[in-house]
Design a protein around this ligand. Structure first.
Ligand code: NDP
Length: 400
């Protein structure tokens, strides 16, 4: 049967992926959700109450177990919304079982908090040879931000010179401290050194060293901090005309104070420590006591606003362009029971899967989302709860 998809990971993002797939029965005819803790899969299936959804337990670090499950269910595509640590084992299993692959975050080794595509780009020839497609980083950022950039280049620019990806969460969940997606992955991302592309090389900064207030549509001014984000690596590789590429994310003072204390007392550590004769990783223990990001939605108010601010040339003339989406936490909760960060990640993952299942985004090899046609993807975003907005020749508030 055509239209079978296996989703691995049953957190906040996995929940949205399943909700959105269930809403498109013409594309997704049979959906299996598998994860380490099976009751989470069962809970999602029960909430949606659709007999096209089945569940399974899986350890996604174990390739033979994965291959067995994939061969039993025989999907056309595996959607990985577990953790970045599982990317390579799931890609290996897909190759062995002969199925296609999609994820939302690039591989990170557990003992090194560093985003790099090199591990997954190394699979290029293997996927090509097998005639299989791997779509990498198909959430919002990475994911939609790269589609936005490709769309800008396709329709409005001959050359992109300056790219600033801006990610604002102006929501309030009412907790003293919580992360909006997996706390371990989120804290690893924010506490590492910043990095941006300028004139052909990477410039490294201290964590949160560079910051400035930026105005976000319908939100207003928010302090925005420069950090490194994985899509920058792919976008500067694929667009050699880019002179400068940066990524900005907003944080509140309270969030940064908690984060500093967490680091100062060693709770952000990723090296195992001995506790009562047992090895534990401080950051993994911290995750166990922090609020579950997938369950923040009930009292979350406010919006996210994520987009790309681009300067470049068209027909020899300089232009600026801002393309973005605003997503309301409460609206996301009403629709899927999760907050906007899970929603803005899970919805593009479903759309990427839909693009593949329809044969629109299908080419053997390993690709990031800027390497496919952006138009059908953005058209689907408008229909699936994530409409985009555009502003032409406006002040981008950028200093270059
Ligand atoms: P959660 O921690 O809420 O969910 C992760 C899920 O993966 C859990 O169900 C967990 O199981 C499962 N899992 C973890 N390890 C394994 C394993 N070895 N085998 C099987 N299942 C496993 O994370 P989120 O839903 O918040 O995030 C999911 C992914 O989305 C992450 O990779 C994150 O980096 C990415 N992301 C991407 C964004 C983007 O815009 N591109 C933005 C936000 C997130 P258990 O329940 O047992 O813990």
């Amino acid at each position: 049967m055509k239209g079978k998809v296996l989703v691995i990971g049953a957190g906040g993002v996995g929940t949205v992926v399943i909700y959105q797939m269930a809403a498109h029965p013409e594309v997704f005819k049979k959906i299996m959700i598998a994860s380490r803790t099976k009751f989470r899969c069962d809970d999602i299936a029960k909430k949606i109450g659709d007999n096209r959804i089945t569940t399974a337990q899986i350890d996604a670090d174990n390739v033979p177990e994965l291959v067995k499950l994939i061969k039993r269910f025989q999907p056309e595509l595996v959607v990985n919304v577990a953790l970045p640590y599982q990317d390579l084992t799931i890609m290996d299993a897909c190759l062995e079982a002969g199925v296609n692959y999609l994820d939302t975050a690039n591989y990170e080794p557990k003992d090194k908090a560093k985003f790099e595509y090199k591990y997954q780009w190394a699979y290029q020839e293997k996927f090509k040879k097998a005639g299989l497609t791997a779509i990498l980083g198909c959430g919002f950022d990475p994911g939609v931000t790269s589609v936005f950039t490709a769309y800008a280049l396709k329709h409005y620019f001959d050359e992109i010179h300056y790219l600033d990806i801006v990610d604002c969460n102006a929501g309030n969940h009412g907790k003293a401290f919580a992360t909006n997606f997996n706390p371990e992955i989120n804290i690893r991302e924010i506490t590492q050194k910043g990095k941006y592309w300028k004139d052909g090389k990477w410039i490294e900064t201290e964590p949160q060293e560079i910051h400035k207030p930026l105005n976000y549509p319908e939100i207003g001014s928010k302090e925005s901090y420069l950090l490194f984000h994985e899509e920058l690596e792919a976008l500067v590789k694929h667009n050699p005309t880019i002179k400068q590429a940066r990524f900005w994310m907003t944080f509140g003072k309270e969030y940064l104070t908690h984060l500093r204390v967490i680091q100062d007392i060693g709770m952000a550590g990723i090296k195992p420590v001995n506790y009562n004769g047992m090895e534990i990783v401080p950051l993994q223990f911290l995750k166990a006591v922090l609020p579950n990001p997938g369950e923040l939605g009930a009292h979350y108010t406010g919006q996210t606003s994520i987009g790309c601010r681009i300067t470049g040339i068209k027909d020899g003339k300089k232009h600026t362009y801002y393309i973005y989406n605003n997503c309301d936490h409460h609206k996301a909760f009403t629709e899927t029971g999760t907050q906007a960060v899970s929603y803005t990640t899970g919805t593009p993952a479903m759309i990427g899967a839909m693009m593949f299942m329809k044969g629109i985004w299908e080419k053997p090899g390993v690709y990031t989302t800027d390497e496919f046609d952006p138009d059908p993807f953005l058209e689907a975003m408008n229909k699936c709860g994530l409409p985009y907005n555009e502003k032409h020749d406006v002040d981008l508030e950028m200093d270059y």
